[in-house]
Design a protein around this ligand. Sequence first.
Ligand code: BTN
Length: 273
Amino acid sequence: MPDSRYSDLDRPPLSEAALNRALVRPGSLWTGVKVVDSTGSTNADLARAAQEGAPEGTVLVAEAQEAGRGRLGRAWSAPPRSGLTFSILLRPTVPLAGQGWLSLLYGVAAASAVRRLAEVDVRLKWPNDLLIGERKLAGVLAERVDDAVVIGMGLNVTLRPEELPVETATSLAIEEAACVDRDPLLRAVLREIEVHYREWTEAKGDVEASGLRSAYLATSATVGRQVRVELPGQQSLTGQATGVDHFGHLQVEAAGEKYTLSAGDVVHVRPAD
Ligand code: BTN
């Protein structure tokens, strides 16, 4: 049965019913979890749903994506059921200026959940790549749609070395993690996002009062490091990453000058001491 959903016993399908039972409760952030066998991009689908008025807390999970989108116009691809590819829809009420922190909040929550469940040392490369050592375990893409934000994550769970999209990627299986079961991983990530999102919302987006800045800095593999930032337009900047500002932008000092960067691809140029 080559095309069966059950043909790869290492990669069982997710149960939509079980996820809804576990996550959707009165008062919970999560209002509904839909699992589809295949789609183009869960971010694109939820962006459309957002425009059609879908509620905050909608979750869309795809067992396979045909046109998964990554940051900076890249693609995201993974074999069916080898990882978690899903998106969430949020309608944040905090002041717009501070909403740049939302994608960092997502990274903090996801890293914390994966670290706890899978027992691996996950850190964040600015803005929100999940790394184990210098290898990428997961990526996060946040996209604004009117007053909503759609945030998608691709997490490599059972990918084998020959299936990795690039040499610098990794998976929980390759890292011999304590958990490679997608169901509890997804639940843990969503629950952790809910906790951090509530704290941030109750603090009206104040990253100090909510503890978000300190949580981010404690998880960051970038701040304090020597970095090269590949900027849009084929320019790059090499210097010391010194912090993250009120907008979630990366602060870099280079040749005695201070820069704040809203987008770019960070390369850690020197191993941490
Ligand atoms: C990156 O690191 O470049 C971000 C990758 C984000 C991929 C996820 S997979 C689920 C969601 N749907 C998409 O099309 N992209 C995100």
